[in-house]
Write a protein that binds this ligand. Structure first.
Ligand code: SAM
Length: 216
């Protein structure tokens, strides 16, 4: 899988496909996060071109941030956008790594962020990644997740299925993603020791955004 070729066009692709609801889903729980203790160490996995990083880093100026992405081009774009936005990047680590094999510190991050990331993988890969992420999260960590879903019934389901067919077709060709369809991300995470504290949907329920709190 490689987002290298797409990195420069990713923002454009986003704006001509789903558009603003994607950003709304990414930022859905920032106010709620801000009401709680400030995250000390945040891990942004598969962050891409920095669409979440920029507003997050501006709002949480005391948080140390690690951005992990497999694509060097995505990391470069995220870093230059952060610099252009006047963000102090000395507190941000930009790390090129494959999350399927990355080594992470134990019991370290009190905020995990996975936005439109797990949809790249099949179910068994997601199942393998969740315990790795749990291992790097603190016992009271929060987790922000946003992704696609197909609503249960009706025209919204049909619409979501059409969009998903188009998007999977596109990303399989241009980014060689291994997934052919959405893995049951929410179901998998629901069986972890992270519990949902807030959930919102966007774009005719085609997108969801969840804030989880760990309770072990
Ligand atoms: C669909 S994009 C999502 C980007 C961003 N989170 C967003 O909200 O738009 C998926 C991102 O995950 C990265 N990625 C894909 N496979 C990865 C892996 N195995 N390890 C780390 N990052 C990966 C890609 O390079 C890309 O930046």
């Amino acid at each position: 899988m490689s987002y290298e070729r797409l990195a420069r066009f990713y923002k454009l692709i986003e704006s001509i496909t789903i558009g603003p609801p994607l950003l709304n889903a990414r930022l859905a729980h920032l106010d709620r996060l801000a009401d709680g203790p400030v995250p000390k160490h945040a891990l942004l996995i598969g962050e891409g071109n920095g669409s979440f990083l920029l507003p997050f880093a501006k709002r949480f100026q005391d948080t140390q941030i690690t951005v992990i992405d497999q694509s060097a081009a995505m990391l470069e774009i995220a870093q230059s956008r952060a610099l252009e936005a006047g963000i102090d990047i000395t507190r941000i680590i930009f790390r090129q790594a494959d999350m399927r094999s990355a080594t992470l510190p134990t019991n370290y991050y009190d905020l995990i962020v996975t936005l439109f990331f797990f949809d790249n993988f099949d179910e068994s890969t997601v199942c393998k990644m969740i315990p790795v992420i749990e291992g790097t999260a603190t016992v009271s960590a929060q987790w922000l997740l946003a992704d696609f879903q197909a609503p249960e019934h009706g025209w919204r389901r049909l619409r979501a299925q059409l969009w998903l067919a188009v998007l999977y077709g596109f990303f399989r060709v241009f980014a060689a993603i291994p997934a052919r369809h959405l893995p049951p991300i929410e179901t998998i995470l629901n069986s972890s020791d992270f519990k949902q504290t807030a959930r919102k949907t966007y774009c005719g329920q085609m997108l969801y955004s969840i804030l989880y709190q760990r309770s072990v």
